[in-house]
Design a protein around this ligand. Structure first.
Ligand code: DAK
Length: 258
């Protein structure tokens, strides 16, 4: 019998929900789980019917970080040979937006995984932090960079040097999360937002996302260049013609992703 998948997924219309499934280990992110996660994202990317993804854990934990047991006795040579962690950035590589629906712990690699997503919806019980310092390491999947860009270098520095956690409201005030909702609602809220995005023209969604993402990593000047090119490119899409003519004809547009 096959073991239970470490990442479950279900598709509801244009929205796919991916659930990290190691609840007993607070969804600690071991290499097998990350391989499965990237595999599911890559498969869904090829499915044109799916337009937006939601990534979640459970009420107690989104993910409490990379699996400490799996790396405690590792050597640098082993990590190089196995290309350990090399696939983490693939979470961002594919074309569809991903909304993180976070409840409970999002720590270390768990916080970094949430930050690899495009939007973060938090339950009131969510806790974010980069506690790596407490186990003798530093963040390795973007914590020192993405967190500093999201909440500012001073607040990020405090979190990274102390390893302390912040709650959902603090994360919201700092700009790390989009919305904070009651724990009964966080997943539904993310799925509803995903359905809203999924109703938009997919190629425009894709190129808008790409422009925002590239822009976050480059100069304003280069970012503006990418924005302008992507803008021009959209005039080759049927959805642009449909969107603008539907507006002029005072009717609702039907987007086909072409
Ligand atoms: N790894 C492995 N197991 C974990 C875990 C983790 N990160 N977090 C929790 N668990 C396991 C616990 O060992 C425990 O297992 P059993 O003892 O029951 O077998 C079970 O989950 C429940 O945890 P606790 O008993 O500790 O539950 P509590 O409610 O008392 O505490 C806690 C919850 C979240 C405060 C605590 O579990 C905790 O402090 N966990 C560790 C948090 C942490 O230090 N996270 C950072 C890990 S380092 C990179 C990519 C990523 C990374 C690095 C590089 N590259 C791309 C290069 C990421 C690194 C990290 O995330």
């Amino acid at each position: 019998m096959n073991p239970e998948p470490l990442v479950l997924h279900e598709i509801d219309g244009p929205v796919a929900t991916l659930t990290l499934n190691r609840p007993k280990a607070l969804n600690a992110l071991n290499p097998e789980l990350m391989d499965q996660l990237i595999g599911v994202i890559a498969d869904l990317d090829k499915n044109d019917a799916v337009r937006c993804l939601v990534l979640t854990g459970n009420a107690r934990a989104f993910a409490a970080g990379a699996d400490i047991k799996a790396m405690a006795d590792s050597t640098p040579t082993q990590m190089v040979k196995e290309q350990r962690f090399a696939n983490w950035s693939d979470v961002q590589r594919y074309s569809k937006p991903i909304i993180a629906a976070v409840s409970g712990f999002a720590l270390g690699g768990g916080c970094e995984l949430a930050m690899l997503c495009d939007i973060i919806i938090a339950s009131e019980t969510a806790k974010f932090g980069q506690p790596e310092i407490n186990i003798g390491i530093i963040p390795g999947a973007g914590g020192t960079q993405r967190l500093a860009r999201a909440i500012g270098p001073y607040r990020a520095m405090e979190l990274i040097l102390t390893g302390n956690q912040i709650d959902a409201q603090e994360a919201y005030a700092a700009g790390l999360v989009n919305r904070v909702v009651p724990v009964e609602r966080y997943l539904r809220e993310a799925q509803e937002l995903a359905a809203e995005i999924a109703a938009r023209p997919p190629i425009a969604v894709r190129l808008a996302r790409e422009a925002v993402r590239y822009g976050a990593d480059t100069t304003v000047r280069d970012g503006l260049e990418i924005e302008r090119r992507n803008f021009y490119l959209l005039f080759d899409s049927a959805d642009q013609k449909e969107g603008m003519h539907a507006f002029l004809e005072k009717r609702k547009a039907t987007f086909r992703g072409e």
